[in-house]
Ligand binder design. Sequence first.
Ligand code: NAI
Length: 466
Amino acid sequence: MSEHFDLVVIGGGPAGYGSALYAASAGLNVALVERGKLGGTCLNVGCIPAKELLETATVVRTVKRAGEYGVIVEPKKVDWEITLQRKRDVVAKLVGGVGQLLKGRKVTVYDGTGTLGANRQVTVVGADGEQVTISGDVVVLASGSVPRIIPGFEPDGNVVVSSDEFFEIPHVPQNAVVIGGGAIGCEFASTLADLGSRVTILEALPKILPGCDPDITREVQRSFKKKGIDIHTGQQVHGHTRSATGTTVSFGDGESIDTNLVVVSVGRAPYTENLLGSGNAVAVSDGGFVEVDEMYRTAEDSVWAIGDSIDTAQLAHVAFAEGICVVKEILGENPSPVDYSRIPWAIYCDPEVAFAGLSEEAATEAGYDVAISKHRFTGNSRAMILDDTAGMVKIVAEKRADGTAGQILGVHMVGPWVTEQLSGAYLAVNWEATVDEVAEFIQPHPTLTELFGESVLALTGRSLHG
Ligand code: NAI
């Protein structure tokens, strides 16, 4: 007799462990199958280690400016092994924490590769070849994603790395070429440049961070240039030729660049290897994504799929939200699916980027007449104290027929700690709040978030400092 559960989850990343924890907190008897480490990409080779290394970069910047504050710190040197060890320690604590949480909620964790068969039976094969079969009233597939690879740029873990290997590079390279200027590429480029590498970004599209409002991208580009990052947009890479010290990357119209390290960050592909056996109707698209309807239902009865393996925004916090939605659905609570046009985005390069809702372009395309307010951190007292005044807040609001600003449609931020400042703006966008309503809220002084308050206030036609 195979063991039976209310819910079997395949995959222990944010989508999988999130839905397991949420379901267990609602009283369901849950099994979680994971073939690698709990925490998935996010904790092990994604969000967390990326932010950890970015924090080392922040400390380097702070130390560089310490003299301005009368703090004399000499000599300045990065010990990369200590940096890596700190990152490993933080990751290990968080991975252990997920294990403890699952244990605390009596989720049964199976260590192995789970394959869905017929009648919601899941076969789990451990690393030692040992096999067990379990089943669930419902099954949630959350098998995640892997880095996309460009043919000819297969990672060797030494000179060519993807985000999987980046977090264990043995030293900070003198030169680095980052292929792809999306969120991952910009975070890695920013880290390496602050740590002293000479960085070049090669991006195929006409601009880096293609999903961002153009005003925000321009600001990042300006700051990156100041750090010495070379940005080549509209460039295709063709291949690379290894040398004694690194490799030569050819790109564009016969151009080339010598480098010690190539970082490939051109997106992530859904991972479904060994996920689906025979006897079920779960379908996979041409792009490799598990196919789901708007409530994350696959074509197989009582089997759902969430997270990076479905064709939605590949973000940990989105995966959590999808997991909660599915569990509520299982419990018959009639939840609303995630509104992807209003999810929060946070990119942790320096300067940070954070936004929610429509860009100016998207709002206009959607048929809105828009009212825009843009305010810079230059005059913000806290930013001045931090000596970090690059950046801005841009509000996109609906312009009413009488010319006044109405509903806040989107908020776009770039600058110091904006990833921590987005939540108020996110609430405003998702609550469909108007400029007049939000303008009444008080922002504490002195804070960076005053800039959001001032930007909203300015849209009422009056202002304080803005
Ligand atoms: P991405 O899709 O955001 O960006 C990849 C970039 O590579 C695009 O700008 C694309 O035009 C470019 N590109 C593709 N092929 C290329 C080629 N052959 N040559 C040059 N450029 C090329 O993917 P990314 O940055 O790898 O991130 C993967 C996923 O993880 C994304 O969904 C992203 O949203 C998510 N993520 C989010 C983070 C955040 O929000 N802080 C951090 C890291 C990842």
